[in-house]
Design a protein around this ligand. Structure first.
Ligand SMILES: [Zn+2]
Length: 316
């Protein structure tokens, strides 16, 4: 494994790098914990940069203020979860370097769901790192096309993104292995049809934590799609929420850090603990409430409240 000794902006990160260059892994993670990145602004843009953060053991936050990107490291190479936007991709790479790792050592890139804010930077990151991109259908096809299809409740309102050259398929429950890393894909459709949550174990010494990157659980849609007219999707959504609630879950991470107060939980002065074995259940319960609210609203909004036979309009 190579570590950079080159240009770094923040003196805080410089001291971290000095430790990285010479210290074994345990010392590297300890030093990283001392880093205190500048706080993010209130309501940041997707691309608002922020310094990388140590999460736990071999797991790091390399995303922006508003969108997560998670790096899982090993001596056999690294796995990156989510690529934020095309504009933010260079910042993700800079964050990886600032931690003392090389983007070229990223072997796999996986994602939460097929929307611009989480996969828009993957094409560039794939080109720059040479990593294999791995995704579950229908997200895998969406990545190759550069846009989702009508299976996506937000299909008509979301922007296209740079297509990814080649995507390896992974199925529900399959494990992506890289050296000591075992990353499990969990099908969690609902926010999109290709929504995927990821779990792995990160260990500091003998203390291993069940890490969960749970996909977004918000039932947003464009002006045409109605969850109440897509019983299969609603059933799949409820199953996804049950899946997330049942996961072994010590540390919850989410594609939008604000959805799990992630950046606050990574700030030791916030008083909010990083480890919370109830967090996945609470996150799923919030998603369930939002889905119920959404379905009630759709029913209330129907003309005359008469059950509609209308099918959603297929997209182009
Ligand atoms: Zn989304």
């Amino acid at each position: 494994m190579r570590f950079r000794t080159g240009v770094l902006a923040a003196s805080l990160i410089s001291s971290l790098l000095a430790a990285c260059a010479s210290a074994p892994h345990a010392d590297r993670t300890r030093t990283a914990k001392a880093a205190a990145p500048a706080p993010c602004p209130v309501d940041p843009s997707w691309d608002e940069p922020t310094a990388p953060r140590h999460i736990y053991a071999n797991t790091w936050y390399v995303g922006t203020c508003a969108i997560s990107a998670i790096l899982i490291t090993s001596d056999a190479g690294h796995i990156l979860i989510d690529g934020v936007t095309d504009k933010a991709a260079p910042r993700i790479e800079a964050n990886i370097r600032a931690l003392g790792f090389e983007p070229e050592d990223v072997r796999y890139i996986v994602s939460s769901h097929e929307h611009l804010d989480h996969v828009g930077g993957i094409a560039r990151l794939q080109r720059d790192t040479g990593a294999s991109v791995v995704a579950r259908e229908p997200a895998a096809s969406a990545l190759e096309r550069g846009h989702s299809d009508r299976s996506d409740p937000q299909f008509l309102s979301v922007a296209k993104f740079a297509p990814v050259a080649s995507v390896r398929r992974i199925g529900d429950g399959e494990i992506l292995r890289l050296g000591p890393i075992a990353l499990t894909a969990h099908a969690t459709p609902g926010h999109t049809a290709g929504g995927t949550s990821w779990t792995w174990s990160s260990c500091e010494g003998a203390t291993c934590r069940a890490m969960v990157y749970a996909d977004s659980v918000t039932p947003f849609s464009d002006e045409v799609y109605r969850y109440s007219e897509n019983a299969e999707m609603v059933a799949a959504f409820r199953k996804s929420l049950a899946t997330i609630a049942a996961l072994p879950c010590d540390i919850l991470l989410t594609p939008h850090p604000s959805a799990s107060q992630l950046l606050e939980r990574l700030d030791p002065t916030s008083g909010i603990g990083l480890v919370d074995t109830h967090a996945c259940r609470a996150y799923a319960a919030t998603g369930s409430e939002k889905l119920d609210t959404r379905l009630s609203k759709e029913r209330a909004d129907r003309p005359g409240n008469v059950p509609s036979q209308k099918q959603p309009t297929p997209g182009p």
